[in-house]
Write a new protein. Structure first.
Length: 335
């Protein structure tokens, strides 16, 4: 049994807390919002995000950040925009060598820093791990078989996360390529938004398959330029996460895209969903593509649709008439 502190009581945080408790761990679930803590304590259920999933009485629900002080594993389950502020709160709480695993998939808002970099800046004394892969909270919370990746520069820390969280319903693989794992998890949200737009426009399976395939090529193209390993993008945090996010209605990115494809203005569509990481990731990816001089046509068109009000039909047409090129690329086959 391990002591686990889950920071963030949204759908992912609640799901991972319920799962860890189910498999015998001592779990605390933290929220920065006292009113949310009161509701969760009273209802033992996140009625808005995970209706029907009961939080066992054995899960301690609290707004005291010091619950993380003596944890064997601290899990950050807050949205990307709250990662820095939450990590900052932990600076005087966590001891040297503590293991902090991050669940959010994105970049620091309005910037290009990966979230593991943000955590390392705020908490230089800890060992940072990233958990990523095709893993909807709605399914994890209900014990539906799921596989993810635990990635870190510190293999001992990545293996610790694997040892603690792996169970018959939740299989964990380790991967030393934290750059590739993070980029796969963040950038696939852009493609999921685009896939949703295609669905909202009433386009077919051919279009979505092409979008996902060429989207993965873009992700790998940038990732390799940033130092990631090509094989990572063929794994769970690459193609695995891309498939589930582009095809499932659990995906808030896809659902926001569907609204946009149906003509709902971008800000309104994003506002209807609680978290749409792909919106902010598109801005960050645009900056990264320019910084690393990487051609990312799908990302570019998504940026124009999201931030410059380009008509999605025109964006699709422009993608289809790009200059001829070969499908295979040196950056995809060999770093």
């Amino acid at each position: 049994m391990a002591r686990i502190a889950v920071l963030g009581s949204g759908s992912w945080g609640t799901a991972i807390a319920v799962m860890a408790d189910r498999h015998g761990h001592q779990v605390s679930l933290w929220s920065v919002f006292p009113e949310e803590v009161d509701c969760l304590r009273r209802d033992r259920e996140h009625k808005k995000l995970l209706p029907g999933v009961m939080i066992p009485d054995s899960v301690r629900i609290t707004n005291d950040i010091h619950t993380a002080a003596d944890a064997d594993l601290v899990i950050l389950a807050v949205p990307s925009f709250a990662v820095r502020s939450t990590a900052s709160m932990l600076r005087k709480v966590l001891p040297d060598g503590a293991v902090v695993a991050n669940l959010a998939k994105g970049f620091e808002q309005d910037g290009t820093k990966r979230l593991s970099q943000v955590i390392a800046e705020e908490l230089p004394q800890v060992r940072v791990v990233v958990i990523s892969g095709p893993s909807h909270a709605e399914e994890v919370s209900r014990g539906i078989p799921t596989t993810v990746v635990s990635a870190s520069h510190d293999q001992e820390a990545a293996t610790l996360v694997q040892d603690i969280l792996m169970n018959p319903d939740f299989r964990v693989y380790v991967n030393p390529d934290i750059v590739g794992v993070e980029l796969g998890g963040a950038l696939k949200n852009i493609v999921a938004l685009a896939a949703g737009i295609c669905d909202g426009m009433g386009l077919g399976d051919n279009t979505k398959a092409a979008l996902m395939t060429r989207g993965l090529t873009e992700i790998a193209r940038l990732g390799v330029k940033m130092g990631a390993q090509t094989e990572t993008f063929a794994g769970l945090s690459g193609i695995g996460d891309l498939i589930v996010t582009c095809t499932s209605m659990h995906s808030r990115n896809r659902r926001a895209g569907i609204l946009m494809g149906q003509g709902v203005p971008t800000k309104e569509a994003v506002g209807r969903l609680s978290t749409v990481e792909g919106y902010h990731a598109t801005y960050s990816a645009k900056l990264l593509s320019e910084q690393y001089q990487v051609v990312m046509p799908i990302t570019e068109e998504c940026y124009q649709v999201l931030f410059n009000n380009k008509d999605p039909q025109k964006a699709l047409a422009d993608l289809m008439v790009r200059p001829k090129c070969s499908e295979t690329e040196h950056t995809w086959l060999d770093k």
